[in-house]
Design a protein around this ligand. Structure first.
Ligand code: BTN
Length: 321
């Protein structure tokens, strides 16, 4: 957000004169007024009080690199190459660029808004400014692509745990890795692989989108929810959410590298929102009841012919209406 310094000055909720703000920011009063207008255009609620100055009407959850790092586990902090951007096409694309440029450390990109946010299956990920978390992390694995089986489920468990640590409740997972609340989709994970594979080294970009403050989204075509809607009593901070998710994802990636998927089987299963539901897959060719996942992370359908595994990436599962 371009008017971040101005909003910081207003964040105490008091009325501040244009003169005071101009002196603090080292700009003219006209420049202050322009920044106020820009912030208002970006959705920040500021009241202009004639003869007195400006007042912030609602709190703004600004992204702050130091605040994010303060919530990352000590052991990871110095290894991160973290960029916090005002705007980007896609944080996944940003991390891919960093990897291609040979970034050192674990690349992480977070943005206040995305102009070309990507969802799974080529969908657009709605990414309004200042509302939600858009975060991507570059992860390196050794042993070729086959070691990645189950990774998307592992990351779902990590994100769900991080959100519950911060006070969210009833976080469910929809196979393979959508983050759900009982009221609708709360977030999603998009895993992209970097094309090159050298001596078994696999570079994964894990993009995580979580609806935090979003209160309306006309362009989203499925039931959705946000942390703010579901738990309005919590003062949700995107910095704290980001720091906790980064730590949880890096912890999970290490554990997954060491022990594989079995450690995550039961934790995923506990959060399965499809368990016991009537489901269809393969464009309606396969009908059954949700039976959880197998040891490789495939989803199991109990059908009239027995239990059938559904492979990740093969088809999408949906509840029969
Ligand atoms: C889904 O379709 O459920 C996955 C959505 C993933 C969205 C996140 S937001 C941060 C990262 N950057 C992107 O362009 N997409 C992912």
């Amino acid at each position: 957000m371009k008017s971040k310094a101005l909003i910081n000055l207003l964040s105490d909720g008091d009325v501040h004169s244009g003169e005071f703000l101009a002196a603090q920011l080292g700009v003219s009063r006209t420049a202050v007024w322009k920044q106020v207008r820009r912030a208002m255009d970006e959705g920040v609620k500021i009241e202009t009080i004639r003869g007195r100055g400006y007042q912030l009407l609602s709190s703004v959850d600004l992204l702050d690199r130091d605040a994010i790092l303060a919530d990352v586990d000590n052991g990871y902090r110095s290894a991160l190459s973290l960029v916090v951007l005002d705007e980007v096409d896609s944080t996944n694309a940003e991390v891919l660029r960093q990897v291609a440029d040979g970034v050192s450390g674990v690349p992480v990109a977070i943005a206040d808004c995305q102009t070309a946010g990507r969802g799974r299956r080529g969908r657009v990920w709605s990414s309004p400014r200042g509302q939600n978390l858009y975060l991507s992390i570059g992860l390196t694995f050794h042993g070729g692509f086959s070691v990645l089986d189950g990774l998307s489920l592992v990351l779902g468990v990590a994100v769900a745990n991080a959100l519950e640590t911060l006070g969210a409740s009833d976080i469910g997972l929809k196979w393979p890795n959508d983050i759900f609340l009982p009221s609708g989709k709360l977030g999603g994970i998009l895993i992209e692989l970097q094309g090159e594979l050298q001596e078994g080294v696999v570079q994964v970009i894990a993009g995580i989108g979580i609806n935090v403050h979003m209160a309306e989204a006309e362009e989203v075509d499925q039931p959705w929810s946000s942390l703010g809607n579901a738990s309005p009593g919590i003062d949700w901070s995107r910095n704290a959410i980001a720091g906790n998710i980064i730590t949880a994802v890096l912890d999970a990636a290490h554990q997954f590298s060491e022990n594989g998927f079995p450690d995550f089987h039961a934790p995923w299963q506990r959060r399965d929102i499809f368990a016991g539901m009537p489901l269809e897959a393969r464009n309606g060719e396969l009908h059954g009841t949700g039976e959880g996942i197998d040891e490789a992370g495939n989803y199991l359908l109990r059908t009239e012919q027995g239990v059938v595994p559904v492979r990740a990436g093969e088809i999408s599962l949906r509840v029969v209406q």
